[in-house]
Design a protein around this ligand. Structure first.
Ligand code: FES
Length: 125
């Protein structure tokens, strides 16, 4: 018997503070930021809906408790669609970014739509 112990590291939940909206959301292990935000009712700028084509979902990471995973080839390619004056080492695509710790991001166009009022029941038309 070798005595070696195999350890598996489970993916971690992440906590993301979104500014200037001022909301904090939790992501499921391995969940991309944009998908998690949409699952929790936030509206996030996108054209390609997470396919890593449009660059519209860009976000600036302003703080991270842990190093972020490096962008893969798909994300690096789509980052070229982000306007050049916004590009930089802290800009990532929210549809591809899967943080594992606590981070803060900035994206002014992220919002929480107002709930749609339900029609009153029993109202005659
Ligand atoms: S949603 Fe289009 S690149 Fe992220």
């Amino acid at each position: 018997m070798s005595g070696a112990v195999a350890l598996s590291v489970a993916p971690q939940e992440a906590e993301v503070r979104i500014e200037p909206l001022g909301e904090t959301i939790r992501l499921r292990p391995g969940e991309p930021l944009m998908r998690g935000a949409q699952r929790q009712g936030l509206s996030w700028p996108t054209i390609c809906h997470g396919q890593a084509f449009c660059g519209q979902c860009w976000v600036r990471v302003t703080d991270s408790a842990e190093p972020l995973p490096e962008p893969d080839a798909k994300e690096r390619n789509a980052l070229r669609a982000v306007p050049s004056h916004l590009q930089g080492p802290t800009v990532r695509l929210a549809c591809q970014l899967k943080p594992t710790g606590t981070i803060t991001v900035e994206r002014a166009q992220v919002s929480r739509p107002a709930p749609t009022p339900k029609p009153e029941q029993g109202q005659a038309e």
